[in-house]
Design a protein around this ligand. Structure first.
Ligand code: NAD
Length: 232
């Protein structure tokens, strides 16, 4: 049984992760961390208190850009593997997390998007950009998302040739969507992914919880967990 701590457990993603972990046969919820939860019964107001209580193998973090870096450092320093979905980490912070994961016993998986279809969309966009030089990315999210551009759009742009421009749309009713439009001579190619509910992220989150212990250091993006070297 993998003992999982969920940080941001009262949030939209955290609630979905709690349900997915509870339904999985090989893992269980060992701690819920969120200042919005009532104290007691496995609930903790902060990461430090939950880590001090012990009994955790993997921490799953879906909090907010302002807290994710300190949380992730705390997991790794306590020897707890980290699965991080919270977006907004800077390149400098990611480099520091990589150094901590490589120096210590605990590993980290940081993925801006745990939806398998989104990972494929990024892969196809990267491949298409090698052949079509002009591209723009339109990312569309619900209006309570704190960061813009999205972590997925930034990651997509980093994987593509040609420095694509990113446009961000924030509207009620949306969940998480992205279009990559490539233009060539007399033709366009549109690659689109839609997360229609937060369930779309759960197979990827559970995959990362299961695999983080066997992937030393920092794994950035879900691709290394989904694809073998024969796929690349
Ligand atoms: P949300 O606002 O619904 O939930 C965040 C929760 O975190 C809140 O309940 C808040 O009280 C709690 N929180 C904040 N700081 C905390 C701390 N230091 N310790 C414990 N709890 C803390 O947000 P959400 O929609 O669930 O999204 C959370 C994050 O996940 C965002 O950064 C979002 O962009 C990201 N996200 C990532 C993916 C992915 O696939 N990687 C998918 C969807 C959302």
């Amino acid at each position: 049984m993998i003992r999982v701590m969920v940080t941001g457990a009262a949030g939209r993603m955290g609630t979905a992760v709690l349900e997915a972990v509870a339904a999985a046969e090989d893992m269980r919820v060992a701690a819920r961390v969120d200042p919005a939860l009532p104290a007691g019964d496995g609930n903790f107001a902060d990461v430090a208190a939950a880590l001090a209580a012990g009994g955790i193998d993997v921490a799953v973090d879906f909090t907010q850009p302002a807290s994710v870096y300190a949380n992730t450092c705390a997991y790794l320093d306590a020897g707890v593997h980290a699965v991080v979905g919270t977006t907004g980490l800077t390149d400098h912070q990611i480099a520091d997390i990589r150094a901590r994961a490589e120096a210590g016993d605990a590993n980290a998986v940081i993925a801006p998007n745990f939806a398998v279809g989104a990972v494929l969309m990024m892969r196809f966009a990267a491949e298409a950009s090698r052949h079509m030089a002009s591209a723009e990315i339109i990312e569309l999210h619900h209006d309570r998302k704190l960061d813009a551009p999205s972590g997925t759009a930034l990651r997509t742009a980093a994987l593509m040739d040609g420095d694509p421009v990113i446009h961000s749309v924030r509207l009620p009713g949306l969940v998480a969507h992205q279009e990559v439009i490539l233009g060539g001579l007399g033709e366009t190619l549109t690659i689109r992914h839609d997360s229609l509910s937060r369930e779309s992220f759960m197979p990827g989150v559970l995959l990362a919880v299961r695999q983080v212990a066997t992937h030393p250091g920092l794994t950035l993006g879900l691709e290394p967990l989904l694809f073998t070297s024969e796929d690349t």
